[in-house]
Design a binder for this molecule. Structure first.
Ligand code: SF4
Length: 152
C-alpha cells in the first residue's frame, strides 16, 4: 500500500475495535496514553488510517503476547532516538522535553521552542515508522546499541 493511502484516515473507532477485537473504550485509553495520534473529522469523529491500525496491532501484540504494559510500551516509544532522524542540534536537545524524558513517545510532548514545533507528528517519519513492530524494535535497538552496521 502507498504511504499516502496508508496514512489516510478512513476507519471509524467502532470498525477498528471490531478489527482488533477490543472495546471502543480501550481504543480511547490508548489514545489518551499517546500510543496513537487519532485524526478527528470536521464533525469531531475519530478516524483511523491503515497505519494507525498497524500501530494498534503492534500494541495488542505487545500487551497480549509479550506481556508488556501500556506504560511499558510508552517507555519503549520514548526510547526512539527521534533527534537522530530529524538531526536536532545539541542546543535543541537541551530544551526538548522528549530528549530529556523517558516516559512516552516524543509526539506526546508539547514542542514550543525547538525544531518539532514546526513539524506535524502524524506525518513525521519518526512517528510513522514506529507503527510497525519490527521497525519499532529496530529504532529502539539503534538507540541502545547503535546502528547494526557498527558490528559488521
Ligand atoms: S515531529 Fe513529532 S514525531 Fe517527529 S520527532 Fe518531532 S515530536 Fe517526534
Amino acid at each position: 500500500m502507498e504511504d499516502k493511502a496508508k496514512s489516510t484516515p478512513i476507519y471509524s473507532i467502532g470498525t477498528v475495535a471490531r478489527m482488533l477485537g477490543v472495546s471502543v473504550e480501550t481504543l480511547r485509553m490508548y489514545e489518551r496514553k499517546g500510543l496513537v495520534l487519532v485524526h478527528k473529522s470536521d464533525g469531531n469523529q475519530r478516524l483511523y488510517s491503515e497505519s494507525d491500525v498497524e500501530r494498534l496491532r503492534c500494541v495488542r501484540i505487545a500487551i497480549r503476547d509479550k506481556k508488556i504494559s501500556v506504560e511499558g510500551i510508552r517507555r519503549l516509544q520514548s526510547m526512539i532516538p527521534c533527534w537522530d532522524y530529524i538531526n536536532c542540534s545539541m542546543d535543541e536537545r537541551l530544551v526538548c522535553p522528549a530528549y530529556q524524558s523517558q516516559v512516552a513517545g516524543c509526539w506526546t510532548y508539547k514542542h514550543q521552542t525547538n525544531i518539532c514545533a514546526l513539524r506535524s507528528c502524524p506525518s513525521c517519519e519518526v512517528y510513522l515508522r514506529s507503527a510497525n513492530c519490527d521497525e519499532l524494535k529496530a529504532l529502539v535497538h539503534k538507540q541502545c546499541v547503535g546502528p547494526a552496521s557498527d558490528n559488521s
